[in-house]
Write a protein that binds this ligand. Structure first.
Ligand code: HEM
Ligand SMILES: *[C@@H]1O[C@H](CO)[C@@H](O)[C@H](O)[C@H]1NC(C)=O
Ligand SMILES: *[C@@H]1O[C@H](CO)[C@@H](O)[C@H](O)[C@H]1NC(C)=O
Ligand SMILES: *[C@@H]1O[C@H](CO)[C@@H](O)[C@H](O)[C@H]1NC(C)=O
Ligand SMILES: *[C@@H]1O[C@H](CO)[C@@H](O)[C@H](O)[C@H]1NC(C)=O
Length: 329
C-alpha cells in the first residue's frame, strides 16, 4: 500500500515536471517567433525591401527559374534547424548543408543572394540577416512571377554553423514520400496537411532533375501516358541523363499560378510526391479546390509561407548578422 501511494505520487510529480517542461518549450518557441515582425527594420534599415526587389526584377527577367530556386532555398533553410540562413553557408572543414543529399548539386541561387546582400549592405551594413534576405527574396520571387503578395515578417538572425547530418536525416521531405510520410514531415515543423498541400503548390514554378522522377515516369500507373512519354524522351530509364531537367508544371513553368493542381487532376504531376496528393486519398478534395479556385490557393499559400517562415528563428542575441552569407563572421 505504501509503495503504491509513493509510486503514484511519483508519477504525479513526473507529470507536473513534464507539463512544466512542455510549457517552457512552447513559451520559448512562441516568444522567439513572436519577435519576428513586418516592421523589424523600419528604423534600422527602412530601405531593405526597396533594395531587394529591383535586384530580383532584373535577375528574373533574364532567368525566371531563379525565382523558383530562391523559394526553394527558403524552404530548405527553414526545415533544417529553422530559418537561420544555414543553407547558405559554404562547406568548411566539416561539411554543411549545401552538399547534404537533398541539396547537393540541386539547390541554387547563391550568386543572386550575394548580389542582394551586397545591395542591402550598401545602405545598412551589418543590419539585415541572410535568413531574412531569403524570406524576402522568396516572397518577391512569388510576386514577380505572378503569385500572391504578403507582408514578410523579419527579424531573424543567422546561424554560425550548418549541419550536414541534420540536412540528411529526414528533416527535408523526399520525392519518394507518400501522403503519410509528407504529413509527418510537415507536422514535425508545426505545419498542417493543408499547409503541406498549399506549399506543394510552389512546384508551379521551377525544374527537377531526371533522377528525381525517373521511377515515376517508367514505373507508375497513375500517370497520363502521353505525359510519361514526353518526359521519358529526355530522361532515359537506365544510364545517363540523371541531371536532365524538366519543368515541374508542364503548362506555365515560369508563372506562379494554380496550374500545378490542374496538372494533378489529369495525372501530370512530375514527382511521385506531387501525384500522391491526388490519388484517391484524403487530400484529393483540397487539390480539387485549389485547381478550381486560385484565390483560395493563394490565400492558403500565403498563410502557410508565413507559418514556414516562423519556424524556429534565431532572435535576440542568438546567432549573428552575417556580413557574407556564405560564411560565419
Ligand atoms: C512536399 C514535399 C516536397 C518535396 C518532396 C519536394 C521535392 C522537390 C524536388 C525533388 C525537387 C527537384 C530538385 C532537383 O531535381 O534538383 C524540387 C524542386 C522545387 N521545390 Fe520542392 N519539394 C517539396 C516541397 C516544396 C516546398 C514546400 C517548396 C516551397 C515552398 C518547394 C519549392 C520547390 C521549387 C520552387 C522547386 C524548383 C527549384 C528550381 O527550379 O531550382 N518544394 N522539390
Ligand atoms: C555531391 O555530388 C557530387 C556529384 O554527384 C559527388 O561527387 C559528391 O561526393 C557529393 N557530395 C557529397 C558530400 O555527397
Ligand atoms: C506510405 O508508404 C509506407 C511505406 O513507405 C506504407 O507503409 C504506408 O502504408 C503508405 N501510406 C499510404 C497512405 O499510402
Ligand atoms: C513512410 O511512412 C511509413 C509509415 O506510413 C514508414 O514506415 C516509412 O518508414 C516512411 N518512409 C520514410 C522514407 O519516411
Ligand atoms: C522500376 O521497377 C523495377 C522493378 O521493381 C526496378 O527494377 C526499376 O529500378 C524501377 N525503376 C525504373 C526507372 O525502371
Amino acid at each position: 500500500m505504501v509503495s503504491y501511494i509513493s509510486s503514484s505520487s511519483l508519477i504525479t510529480v513526473n507529470h507536473v515536471i513534464v507539463a512544466l517542461a512542455l510549457l517552457l518549450v512552447v513559451f520559448t518557441r512562441g516568444s522567439s517567433s513572436a519577435q519576428l515582425s513586418t516592421g523589424f527594420y523600419s528604423k534600422s534599415c527602412p530601405k531593405v525591401f526597396s533594395k531587394v526587389r529591383p535586384v530580383l526584377i532584373n535577375a528574373l527577367s533574364k532567368e525566371p527559374r531563379l525565382g523558383a530556386s530562391l523559394l526553394r532555398l527558403h524552404f530548405h533553410d527553414c526545415f533544417v534547424n529553422g530559418c537561420d540562413g544555414s543553407v547558405l553557408l559554404d562547406d568548411t572543414a566539416t561539411l554543411g548543408e549545401k552538399t547534404a543529399g537533398p541539396n547537393n548539386r540541386s539547390i541554387r541561387g547563391f550568386k543572386i543572394v550575394d548580389d542582394i546582400k551586397t545591395a542591402v549592405e550598401k545602405v545598412c551594413p551589418g543590419v539585415v540577416s541572410c535568413a531574412d534576405i531569403l524570406a524576402i527574396a522568396a516572397r518577391d520571387s512569388v510576386v514577380i512571377l505572378g503569385g500572391p503578395n504578403w507582408a514578410v515578417k523579419v527579424g531573424r538572425r543567422d546561424s554560425k554553423t550548418a549541419s550536414f547530418s541534420d540536412a540528411n536525416s529526414g528533416n527535408l521531405p523526399a520525392p519518394t514520400f507518400n501522403v503519410s510520410n509528407l504529413t509527418s514531415s510537415f507536422r514535425a515543423k508545426g505545419l498542417s496537411v493543408r499547409d503541406m498541400v498549399a506549399l506543394s503548390g510552389a512546384h508551379t514554378i521551377g525544374k527537377a532533375r531526371c533522377l528525381t522522377f525517373r521511377d515515376r515516369i517508367y514505373n507508375e500507373t497513375n500517370i497520363d501516358s502521353s505525359f510519361a512519354k514526353l518526359r521519358r524522351s529526355t530522361c532515359p530509364r537506365k544510364t545517363g541523363g540523371r541531371k536532365n531537367l524538366a519543368p515541374m508544371d508542364i503548362q506555365t513553368p515560369n508563372h506562379f499560378d494554380n496550374k500545378y493542381f490542374k496538372n494533378l487532376l489529369s495525372q501530370k504531376g512530375l514527382l511521385h510526391s506531387d501525384q500522391v496528393l491526388y490519388n484517391g486519398g484524403s487530400t484529393d478534395s483540397l487539390v480539387k479546390t485549389y485547381s478550381n479556385n486560385r484565390k483560395t490557393f493563394n490565400n492558403d499559400f500565403v498563410t502557410a509561407m508565413i507559418k514556414m517562415g516562423d519556424i524556429e528563428p534565431l532572435t535576440g542575441s542568438s546567432g549573428e548578422i552575417r556580413k557574407n552569407c556564405r560564411r560565419a563572421n
